[in-house]
Write a protein that binds this ligand. Structure first.
Ligand code: DGJ
Length: 732
């Protein structure tokens, strides 16, 4: 089993796949973190702790009269604030005395089969108990009575360790949690690059990679959601690490709210990483007997480069995070009417699109924004989830029945967490908005944010959304969210608890999503936030696919999807063929390239099918057939990133290899051509001794030839060209 505890030395070794993670309780009772990396066989690594205090300025904890020990330079498993460790803390508790000083000593441990779960929060799960074990270590702060339960989920056959923390108040007085990270990690060196994903609306998840230096860096969000700007993910990788070689540590937080991933390199050249809920504007009151659970952190170790780290995340998130009927079910090819019509549609227009969808092999029509209240632009009606029968004459059921009669399924858009300044809902419930009493509310896209921490708000949303979903045969919901949170206060909470609102909002959102996904298990939920502003693992727990970006330009999408693939599997990356010239960039790209790029995700269309030329209709049919043919390899295979669009301005390439390594697909895109343009690409992940046939040319190569000598893709390419090369194994 993957967890070893040696009572004699009070050492813990967690063996997850080919990785090990080692801790030890030191003689003072502090829990030290001694190792994380490639698999090792020793459990007692006490020799790695620093043997003496490196600076007289660093105080010694009580009980260390000789001054040999300082928390400021030991590698600590869950560092506490205010008692001698001056680096970035994982936890800070304000006691009844008003002071924030926390000292955590080891109390006990327990090892159990299976993986822990977290109350009210999304988390990775096991499909059978023998997949993982749980370690629970209890630390205690004597003064406040805070019991800190460190939870570890250790996967036996994959390099994954999950962490979360539950804090219990076992004392007699309330205290407040000022910071409670999900995980902290100390590394003895700072020889790493930090990789993270940053961006903005329509430009999500660009890859940043920079060497660590002697400073504190924070990848974070204070926007109330994970955000377009920073994804709740970071990696520490060896300076020399590339896609296939070198150590890479990936850290992903299953949380869709304010988060922070902090890295600090200190004067001893060691590195600390702390990740969890953002401590800014956070404070949580905990009365005696109460508990607080942090979100879950997922740690992935790879000895074989960044690509292997990504593939580990892909499998984990596809099979151990996404849930429900749609988790592994083939997703329908859909057409969404947003870029086709925006708000200007009625039932007949939608039926006309559905009719073409049916003829072209597209399986679902999604009715986007504008079907409710009096919404004909983005100035009104969010919250008024009642069908606009002037637009949908005959009502929703009649429309859905007409679409279904064509053999096309039906999906619908909601933006549940929002309320328009012009809505019946705000007129009847002005107190349902997030607000800071006395301060005028900031407005974005003429909308405010509902206070999801309130049970009455969630009940209203559950009832109205359920009412709509029960009216007709609706099998898909797009759950949108189109602004950041400001003035995050709740009318129901006292002044002393307003700093709980950001987190209570997330808990409320999770509760509502849980209720709805349980009540409508047949419905496929797709997450969305102005494109990919909430593309995070927490949303994947409820919606197995997420709209990746409002930028549907195929060339821009190469980067966006490439960055997204750092953590998230193809099955999660919703990608559509849209109209030309592209509505966001004005760029003209061929229909083929738009299809080839969208093929790398949950595939669909986002244009007016009724306006296609015959030639384009033929291409849609071809793409639909291709999608079905390649589905298994792309959705269930392994991704290899071959040439990065962030590093090569002329061409980029990625490859999917089927689980049995009998099919490989190389997608090659030329965002920007140049004269005398040569392009060679080495394939990856093939069986070196198997022979593969290029299905187009018929030419046969050994796997080792394709992976070493590579492919010669030099041709008379033009800007925006692309191609998918398909190789299939043949009998030797
Ligand atoms: C933002 C989404 O990303 C779009 O796809 C579309 O649904 C609009 N909202 C509708 O308002």
């Amino acid at each position: 089993m993957p967890i070893f505890y040696d009572a004699a030395t009070r050492s813990f070794r967690l063996d997850a796949g080919n990785s090990s993670y080692v801790m030890r309780v030191d003689p003072h009772g502090f829990l030290l973190h001694l190792y994380y990396g490639a698999k090792i066989s020793d459990s007692d690594l006490g020799y790695l702790a620093l043997p003496f205090n490196t600076s007289s300025f660093c105080p010694n904890p009580p009980g260390d009269p000789f001054g040999n020990f300082s928390l400021d330079n030991q590698p600590l498993e869950y560092p506490a604030y205010g008692t001698g460790d001056f680096r970035t803390a994982a936890v800070a508790i304000r006691g009844r005395n008003g002071c924030i000083s926390t000292a955590l000593h080891y109390r006990s441990c327990e090892i159990r089969p299976g993986k822990y779960s977290l109350p009210g929060l999304p988390a990775v799960y096991t499909n059978s108990d023998d997949e993982a074990e749980t370690l629970e270590i209890v630390l205690e702060d004597d003064l406040t009575g805070a019991e800190v339960h460190l939870l570890y989920g250790v996967f036996a056959n994959t390099n994954v360790i999950t962490r979360a923390v539950v804090i219990k108040n076992t004392g007699t007085a309330a205290f407040s949690i000022e910071k409670a990270a999900s995980a902290a990690l100390d590394f003895p060196t700072m020889d790493y690059d930090l990789i993270h994903l940053y961006g903005q609306w329509a430009q999500e998840r660009r890859i940043s990679r920079e060497s660590l230096s002697h400073d504190i860096r924070v990848v974070s969000s204070l926007r109330g959601s994970s955000s377009h700007n920073h994804n709740p993910f970071a990696a520490l990788v060896a300076h020399s690490a590339d896609e296939d070689h070198g150590e890479a540590y990936g850290f992903s937080l299953i949380y869709s709210g304010n988060f922070a991933i902090e890295t600090e390199c200190d004067s001893l050249d060691s590195t600390r990483l702390v990740m969890g809920i953002n401590a800014t504007d956070f404070s949580w009151n905990l009365d005696p007997g109460e508990s607080f659970a942090t979100p879950e952190a997922v740690l992935v170790y790879s000895q074989d480069g960044i690509g292997e780290m990504s593939r580990t995340f892909h499998k984990l998130y596809r099979y151990n995070l996404c849930r429900g009927e749609w988790k592994e079910k083939k997703r329908p090819i859909l057409v969404n009417n947003w870029e086709a019509t925006y708000f200007a549609f009625d039932d007949d227009k939608l039926v006309a699109i559905a009719k073409d969808a049916a003829e072209l092999g597209i399986e679902m029509l999604v009715m986007d924004d504008g079907w409710f209240g009096k919404r004909n632009d983005d100035h009104s009606s969010l919250g008024d989830w009642f069908v606009n029968e002037q637009k949908l004459k005959g009502g929703l059921k009649s429309l859905v029945d007409r679409v279904n009669a064509l053999g096309v399924q039906f999906g619908i858009w909601f933006e549940p967490e929002m309320i328009s300044a012009d809505s019946d809902l705000i007129r009847s419930h002005p107190d349902w908005c997030l607000c800071a009493p006395g301060r005028e509310m900031s407005i974005a896209r003429t909308q405010y944010v509902l206070d999801m921490s309130r049970a009455d708000v969630r009940d209203y949303l559950f009832d109205t959304i359920s009412g709509i979903l029960s009216q007709a045969n609706i099998v898909y919901v797009k759950w949108d969210f189109n602004r950041n949170l400001t003035e995050a206060g709740s009318a129901l909470l006292p002044a002393s608890q307003q700093q709980e609102v950001f987190h209570r909002y997330v808990l409320g959102l999770c509760e509502l999503l849980d209720r709805l996904t349980s009540a409508f298990p047949h419905v496929l939920f797709e997450g969305c936030s102005g494109g990919g502003g909430r593309f995070d693992p927490a949303m994947l727990y409820y919606s197995p696919q997420i709209w990746t970006s409002d930028d549907t330009d195929a060339i821009e999408r190469c980067r966006i999807q490439y960055g997204t693939s750092m953590v998230y599997p193809a099955s999660a990356i919703s990608a559509h063929v849209s109209a030309c010239p592209n509505h966001q960039t004005g760029r003209s790209t061929s229909f083929e390239t738009r299809g080839n790029v969208a093929m790398a995700g949950a595939f669909g269309y986002e244009l007016d099918l009724t306006k296609l030329t015959d030639e384009e209709r033929a291409l849609v049919r071809k793409q639909v057939a291709q999608y079905h043919a390649y589905y298994d390899t792309i959705q269930n295979g392994d991704l290899y990133r071959l040439v990065s669009p962030f590093e090569n301005e002329n061409f980029c390439a990625w490859e999917y290899v089927s689980a049995d390594r009998k099919e490989a697909l190389v997608t090659f895109v030329v965002p920007r051509c140049r004269v005398n343009f040569t392009s060679f690409v080495r394939m990856k992940g093939l069986d070196p001794n198997m022979r593969y046939q290029d299905v187009e040319t018929g030419r046969i190569y050994f796997g080792n030839t394709l992976m070493n000598a590579g492919l010669n893709l030099t041709a008379h390419w033009k800007d925006g060209d692309s191609h998918i090369y398909c190789f299939r194994a043949v009998e030797n």
